[in-house]
Design a protein around this ligand. Structure first.
Ligand code: HT7
Ligand code: ZN
Length: 883
C-alpha cells in the first residue's frame, strides 16, 4: 500500500467548474453520467488529467463531445488517465456503471434498508464515478436522479429542487441544483421510501428556511428532538457567530446503516439513525444529548467545512477540530458548561491520551496516511478542538469572534489550511502566538510539572513550570510548546486572591490594565523551564491551576492532599473542583493497585470518603456536577498511568472502592434516589436530566450492596421506570452482579424491546462490556443471535466494540478475548474495511500489558496481517501497531 505525505502536496493541474450528474438508479446496476467543465490551472499547460475511480465500470468517455479513442486514455484499477487533454477549457463526459446493492463498505452509493444513499467523505465519490476526488477541486453541481416511482418515491440531492416529473415505465425524476461550489466529498444523493417531519426557521435577516427530517414513516414521531436541536443550532450560530444558513431548504435523512455518526453534505445531511431517533421510552438522556450535539455539529459544518473547506485531507482538523469546538460550546450553552467541560475532558483523557502515547500517535495535522479513513481520530477531532479552544483562551470571546469573522471574510468559498486559520486569529487581534503552530505538527501529550513556593517576607508566590513532550513514532525529539495556563490563587477562606503583577523573565508585568481587581489570569508557557513570581500575595495561597483545562496536557503539581481537598471544597472554578477530586482518586487508586499487586489488605482513605460525602450532600451544587464528582476515574484512565497496565488489579481496586463507598455512603445514596425520581412526564432539560443523573449514579453504587432491601429497591426502579434513562440505568445497575436476577431482567428487557433495533443495540452493548467472569461465551453466542448482523456498523460497535471495552474479558489472560477479536476482524474486513479497522484499533495498545498478554495480542496482529486480500484500512492500523 502507498503512503501519502503532506510534504508532497501539489496544486491540481486542472480545476472543475461545473459538474452535471445523472443517475439511473436500478435494481441490478446504476448508470452514472457525469459531464464536467474542465479548465487548466495554468492556461496553455499540457498535462495528463488523472481521475480517481474505485470499483467503477467505464462505459464511455467523451472530450468536447467526441468519443475518446482507446489509445487516448489509460484505465487501471484505481485511475482513469486522459493522456493529452485539449489545451484550455473542455468538457469531459463519462458514463459508468456501479452496483450499489453489492456495496457493503457503506462508502460511495449503497443501499440501506432498501433505500439508496451515499457517503463520500473522505474518498467515496470515486466509487460513484471517475473524478479528481480531492477537496481542493470545488465545483458547482447539478444532479438528475431517475428511479422507479413506487420503490423510490423520494429523490434528494444537494441544493434546490428545480424540476421533477414522471417518466415512462413507472419511473420519475428530480433535478437538483446546488448554487454553492463544493468538493466532491460533500455530494449526496438519497432515494427511497421516506416521510418527512416538516418545520421552518426564520433567519435573523427574515428568510424562511424549510426544514425536513426524513425517516421511514413509522419513525417520524421520534424526530421531534432532532428538529428541536436543529432549530436551536441555527439560532445559536446566528447569536454566537453571526452565521446564517444560506439556502432555502435543509434536509436531514436518517439511515440505519452508516459507518460514522453523520455527514454534513451540503443541505442534505445524512445521519446514522441512532443520532436522530429518540423518544422518552426508547432513548436515554445520553442519546438526547448526543443528538443535540451531533445535529449541531453537522449543521455548524455548513460554515466551518462547507463554505470554507480543507485544501487536502491532512488539514482535516481545520474543519473537524473547529466544528467539534463549536458543538461543544453549543451544548455548553444549552446545558451546564462545567459538566460539559468535564465530559469532554474525560473523553480526551480516556481515548485521546492513550492514542497520543501509542503506536498510532499522530499530530493534529498528520504528516502521512495510507487510508485517510483511519485519521478520523480523537486526536484530529478532540485534541483539534482543544487547539481551537486555546485560541479562545488566549484571545477572549471577542478576540476569538474577530478571528472567526476574518477567517470567513478571507476564505469563503476556498479550500484552505490550518495556517490560514491561525493567520486569521493572529491578524484579527494583532496577537503574538509564539510557537503555537507546533500544536498542529507535534504529536504526544505534553507533560507539565509545577512546583510552588511562598515567600512571606517578600509576599511573593512563585510557580516553576517544566514541560516535556514525550517521543512519538517518527518524532523522537520535541520542542517546547506554547501552553496557556489559566489560574487563580485561593486564600485560606477559599476566596480568589486579587492578582496585581507578575515577574517573568526578569520583567514585572501588570496583570490588569485598569484599576479593576483581577482574580484569574492566563500564563503563557513557551520554554522548557520557566518561572512566574506573583507579587503582593498576603498569605500562602492554594493555586488552582489549568482552570477549565486550558491546555491539553498532563499536569503534575506539588499540591498536597490537603490542598486538593481544599480545592475540592472551595474552588470557584467548577471544573477544577471536579479535577481536584479526580487527582485525589487517581492517586488513591494507583496506591491501592500497588497494594493489591503486593497482596496487601486494601483500606480506603476515610478523608476521601468524607470529601465525597460533603459533595454528595451539598445542596448548592448542580446535581449533574455531583454525579460527575462522585464517579471514579475509568479503569482505562488508570491503566494508562501505569508502567505496565494490569487490568485485573485495576478492576479489582475500582470495584473495591465503589463497594466501600456504597457501604459508607448508603444513607446518602438512598436519599439521592428517593429525592430525585423523575417527575411524571419525561422532559429533556438540564434540571430534570441532572436529577436523573444523580439518582442513577447513586443507584449504581447501591446495587453493589448485598442486602435484600437495596436489591429490591433497584429491581423496583427497573420495574417502575417510565423512561429509557431510568430503565436502562436500573438494568445496568442490576447487570453488574452475575446471578438469576441479572439473567431474568436481561431477558425481560429483550422481550420488551426486540422490535426496536436501537434499544436492542443498547442491550447488546451492555452484555458485551460486562466484566462478569467468562462473559466471552455469552458474547460469542450473541454473534449468532438474530438481533446481530455483522453488516450493520451500529451492531458491530455495540457488540464487538463493547466487548473490547471490557477490562476483564477482552484482556483475559488466556488470550481468548484477543483471539475472538482477531477472528471477527478478519471476517469483517471482507464486508466493511472501515469498521474492521476501527475494531482492530483495540489491539493498538498491546505493548502496555504484561509479556503474556503481549504475546497473545502480537500473534493475532500477525495473523491478521498475513490474511489474504487484507484491506489497506486494516493493514495500516495492524502494521503500525506491530511496528
Ligand atoms: N465529516 C464527517 C466524516 C464522516 C466520515 C469519514 C469517513 C468515513 C465515513 C464517514 N462518515 C462521516 C462526520 C463529521 O461531521 O465529523
Ligand atoms: Zn465533523
Amino acid at each position: 500500500p502507498k503512503e501519502i505525505f503532506l510534504k508532497d502536496y501539489k496544486m491540481p493541474d486542472y480545476y472543475f467548474d461545473t459538474v452535471d450528474l445523472k443517475f439511473l438508479l436500478g435494481e441490478e446496476k446504476t448508470i452514472v453520467n457525469s459531464k464536467i467543465m474542465v479548465f487548466p490551472r495554468v492556461e496553455g499547460s499540457k498535462f495528463p488529467l488523472v481521475l480517481n475511480g474505485d470499483d467503477v465500470k467505464l462505459i464511455s468517455i467523451k472530450v468536447n463531445n467526441e468519443d475518446l479513442k482507446e489509445e487516448d486514455y489509460v484505465l487501471d484499477s484505481r485511475h482513469l488517465t486522459i493522456l493529452s487533454p485539449p489545451t484550455g477549457s473542455f468538457t469531459l463526459e463519462i458514463v459508468n456503471e456501479i452496483c450499489p446493492q453489492n456495496n457493503t463498505s457503506l462508502e460511495g452509493l449503497y443501499k440501506s434498508s432498501g433505500n439508496f444513499c451515499t457517503q463520500c467523505e473522505a474518498e467515496g465519490f470515486r466509487k460513484i464515478t471517475f473524478y479528481q476526488d480531492r477537496p481542493d477541486i470545488m465545483a458547482k453541481y447539478t444532479c438528475r436522479i431517475e428511479a422507479d416511482k413506487s420503490l423510490y418515491p423520494v429523490l434528494l440531492s444537494n441544493g434546490n429542487l428545480i424540476e421533477q416529473g414522471d417518466l415512462e415505465g413507472g419511473k420519475h425524476y428530480a433535478l437538483w441544483e446546488d448554487p454553492f461550489k463544493k468538493p466532491s466529498y460533500l455530494f449526496a444523493l438519497v432515494a427511497g421510501k421516506l416521510a418527512s417531519r416538516d418545520d421552518s426557521f426564520i433567519t435573523r435577516s427574515g428568510r424562511k428556511i424549510s426544514l425536513k427530517i426524513w425517516t421511514p414513516a413509522e419513525d417520524l414521531p421520534k424526530t421531534e428532538h432532532a428538529m428541536y436541536s436543529l432549530k436551536a443550532a441555527m439560532k445559536w450560530d446566528e447569536d454566537v457567530f453571526g452565521l446564517e444558513y444560506d439556502l432555502d431548504l435543509f434536509n436531514v435523512v436518517a439511515v440505519p446503516d452508516f459507518n460514522m455518526g453523520a455527514m454534513e453534505n451540503k443541505s442534505l445531511n445524512i445521519f446514522n439513525s441512532k443520532l436522530v431517533l429518540a423518544s422518552p421510552e426508547t432513548a436515554s438522556d445520553g442519546d438526547y444529548a448526543a443528538i443535540l450535539g451531533v445535529i449541531g455539529h453537522e449543521y455548524f459544518h455548513n460554515w466551518t467545512g462547507n463554505r470554507v473547506t480543507c485544501r487536502d485531507w491532512f488539514q482535516l482538523s481545520l474543519k473537524e477540530g473547529l466544528t467539534v469546538f463549536r458543538d461543544q460550546e453549543f451544548s455548553s450553552d444549552m446545558g451546564s458548561r462545567a459538566v460539559k467541560r468535564i465530559a469532554d475532558v474525560s473523553r480526551l483523557r480516556n481515548y485521546q491520551f492513550p492514542q497520543d502515547s501509542g503506536p498510532m500517535a499522530h499530530p493534529v495535522r498528520p504528516h502521512s496516511y495510507i487510508k485517510m479513513d483511519n485519521f478520523y481520530t480523537v486526536t484530529v477531532y478532540e485534541k483539534g478542538a482543544e487547539v481551537v479552544r486555546m485560541y479562545k483562551t488566549l484571545l477572549g470571546s471577542q478576540g476569538f469572534r474577530k478571528g472567526m469573522d476574518l477567517y470567513f471574510k478571507r476564505h469563503d468559498g476556498q479550500a484552505v489550511t490550518c495556517e490560514d486559520f491561525y493567520a486569521a486569529m493572529r491578524d484579527a487581534n494583532d496577537a503574538d502566538f509564539a510557537n503555537f503552530l507546533l500544536w498542529y505538527s507535534q504529536a504526544g501529550t505534553p507533560q507539565v510539572k509545577v512546583t510552588s513556593s511562598y515567600n512571606s517576607d517578600g509576599r511573593t508566590f512563585t510557580l516553576k513550570f517544566r514541560q516535556e513532550v514525550p517521543p512519538t513514532p517518527g518524532q523522537a525529539v520535541k520542542e517546547p510548546m506554547f501552553i496557556p495556563v489559566a489560574l487563580g490563587l485561593l486564600d485560606s477562606s477559599g476566596n480568589n486572591l486579587s492578582l496585581s503583577s507578575i515577574y517573568h523573565d526578569g520583567v514585572l508585568q501588570s496583570i490588569s490594565d485598569n484599576d479593576q481587581p483581577v482574580y484569574s489570569t492566563v500564563l503563557r508557557l513557551t520554554k522548557k523551564e520557566e518561572e512566574f513570581v506573583f507579587t503582593n500575595i498576603p498569605e500562602r495561597p492554594v493555586p488552582s491551576l489549568l482552570r477549565g483545562y486550558s491546555a491539553p496536557v498532563r499536569m503534575e503539581t506539588d499540591l498536597s492532599d490537603d490542598d486538593l481537598f481544599f480545592l475540592l471544597a472551595y474552588d470557584s472554578d467548577e471544573f477544577n473542583r471536579w479535577e481536584a477530586g479526580q487527582v485525589l482518586a487517581r492517586k488513591l487508586m494507583l496506591q491501592l493497585v500497588s497494594d493489591h499487586q503486593q497482596n496487601k489488605t486494601l483500606v480506603l482513605n476515610s478523608k476521601f470518603v468524607e470529601g465525597l460525602r460533603s459533595i454528595l450532600t451539598d445542596s448548592s451544587l448542580d446535581k449533574e456536577f455531583i454525579a460527575k464528582a462522585i464517579t471514579l476515574p475509568g479503569e482505562g484512565e488508570i491503566m494508562d498511568m501505569m508502567e505496565v497496565a494490569d487490568p485485573d488489579a485495576v478492576h479489582a481496586v475500582r470495584t473495591f472502592i465503589r463497594k466501600q463507598l456504597a457501604n459508607a455512603l448508603k444513607a446518602e445514596f438512598l436519599a439521592a434516589v428517593e429525592n430525585n425520581r423523575s417527575s411524571a412526564a419525561y422532559v429533556f432539560n438540564h434540571p430534570e436530566l441532572a436529577r436523573r443523573a444523580l439518582k442513577n449514579t447513586a443507584l449504581a453504587y447501591l446495587a453493589l450492596l448485598e442486602d435484600a432491601e437495596t436489591a429490591n429497591l433497584v429491581l423496583n426502579e427497573y420495574k417502575n421506570a417510565s423512561n429509557m434513562t431510568d430503565q436502562f440505568a436500573a438494568l445496568v445497575a442490576i447487570a453488574q452482579k452475575p446471578g438469576e436476577t441479572r439473567d431474568t431482567i436481561l431477558a425481560d428487557f429483550y422481550a420488551k424491546w426486540q422490535h426496536d433495533y436501537l434499544v436492542v443495540n443498547k442491550w447488546l452493548a451492555l452484555q458485551a462490556m460486562s466484566d462478569i467472569p467468562g462473559n466471552i461465551e455469552n458474547v460469542k453466542n450473541l454473534l449468532n443471535h438474530k438481533a446481530f448482523d455483522l453488516r450493520n456498523p451500529n451492531k458491530v460497535y455495540s457488540l464487538i466494540g463493547g466487548f473490547c471495552g471490557s477490562t476483564i474479558n477482552f484482556h483475559a489472560k488466556d488470550g481468548s478475548g484477543y483471539e475472538f477479536l482477531g477472528e471477527v476482524v478478519m471476517q469483517l474486513d471482507k464486508i466493511n474495511p472501515q469498521v474492521a479497522s476501527r475494531m482492530v484499533s483495540a489491539f493498538s495498545r498491546w505493548k502496555r500489558y504484561d509479556e503474556h498478554r503481549q504475546n497473545h495480542a502480537k500473534a493475532q496482529l500477525e495473523k491478521i496481517l498475513s490474511a489474504n486480500g487484507l484491506s489497506e484500512n486494516v493493514f495500516e492500523i495492524a502494521s503500525k501497531s506491530l511496528a
